[in-house]
Write a protein that binds this ligand. Structure first.
Ligand code: SAH
Length: 330
């Protein structure tokens, strides 16, 4: 048994069943601290192709130019291997006057080390620790889906985890809420902190994740191990635990009753197409004929509705005195 499993068994024996969000937090902290989480069990958009981070770099540059080239801080939440921000910065380097301190919010020491090989930055454990002396342009790709959720059955029960003869299993504990569904209190708290920062200092945030805009998810908890769906309770810390992101809830909290502009969410495929990913793919193919088929395949994977194009959504939050972020109007 892993050290984490032993510790969780002891905790449940002492305190009783563990709420799902506490389970998810403990498991994911261990998971992301482990060896190369992003190579082992799942692949994210920036790891599929450099085009993804480059398009985001273009989006940042366009917004910054139209905002009048202000001093800004770039912030990324959960940067993984640092691939997205390295690709984005390569594009931004073409704007001679663009220079921004980079703040990376990352809790995993293993991933911080990987990020440090790709970019120069300051690292923080939480967004609240990042200085707010400047307007911020905040990027978060597949960050909110990793944050712990709570699940309610609508009949006075909340999902929790306990120990049975066969190992860890789901159970039900009395719930404080009577409505059914999932909530992500940690995600909502961060959305609120983003909104507050944008309201106080200006700037914009780009949130990309798999999720939904109409609150319908009953149980979207998913474990991935070796690129396959796994039991979320079987091997704590050994699989990636995620849940669909409720964009409506994030927008409600971050929007401060209209004080912050909410753009989208729009499907990832639509957003990438509006930002010119097809032209970028053609350029890359022209420059490297041998890689043309691979580039075409990556383009399909990122944009096709049956692949990542529809399930993944893009939403922007921005200060009302900032220009409208690109890619959200038809
Ligand atoms: N954005 C990257 C990685 C996505 S995986 C990509 O697209 O490839 C989720 C990332 O969020 C990892 O870097 C993980 O270590 C980080 N993370 C998860 N929970 C976190 C938390 N509570 N605070 C800060 N970072 C967290």
């Amino acid at each position: 048994m892993s050290d984490l499993a032993t510790a969780l068994r002891a905790r449940i024996a002492r305190d009783g069943p563990l709420r799902l969000d506490d389970w998810m937090a403990a498991c994911n902290t261990a998971y992301y601290a482990g060896p190369d989480p992003l190579g082992r069990d799942f692949v994210t958009a920036p790891e599929i192709s450099q085009m993804f981070g480059e398009i985001i770099g273009g989006w940042i540059g366009d917004l910054w130019l139209r905002a009048g080239r202000p001093a800004v801080r770039l912030v990324e939440l959960g940067p993984g291997r640092g691939t997205l921000i390295a690709d984005a910065l390569r594009v931004l380097a073409r704007l001679p006057e663009f220079a921004a301190p980079l703040a990376l919010v990352e809790t995993s020491p293993a991933l911080r080390a990987q990020q440090a090989r790709r970019v120069a930055a300051d690292w923080y454990d939480t967004l609240a620790d990042v200085p707010d002396d400047l307007p911020a342009i905040i990027i978060a790709n597949e960050f909110f889906d990793a944050l712990p959720i709570r699940q309610f059955d609508g009949a006075g029960g909340e999902r929790a985890v306990t120990v049975a003869a066969e190992g860890f299993v789901a159970t039900t504990i009395p719930a404080p809420a009577t409505s059914a569904g999932e909530t992500c209190p940690a995600g909502q708290a961060i959305a609120g902190a983003i909104g507050e920062r944008l309201r106080n200092r200006g700037g914009a945030a780009l949130i990309i994740d798999y999720g939904y805009a109409d609150a319908v998810a009953g149980d979207s908890l998913q474990a991935l191990r070796n690129h396959a769906v796994a039991d979320p309770f079987a091997a704590p810390g050994d699989s990636d635990l995620t849940a669909h992101v409720d964009f409506t809830a994030l927008a409600r909290v971050a929007g401060f009753a209209g004080a912050i502009r909410v753009s989208g969410p729009v499907p990832q495929g639509v957003w990438l197409a509006r930002l010119g990913i097809e032209a970028r793919a053609a350029d890359l193919q022209a420059g490297n004929r041998a890689a043309a088929a691979g580039i075409a395949a990556a383009l399909v994977r990122l944009t096709a509705p049956a692949q990542m194009g529809n399930l993944f959504k893009v939403m922007a939050l921005s200060a009302p005195q900032w220009p409208q972020p690109a890619g959200f109007d038809a």
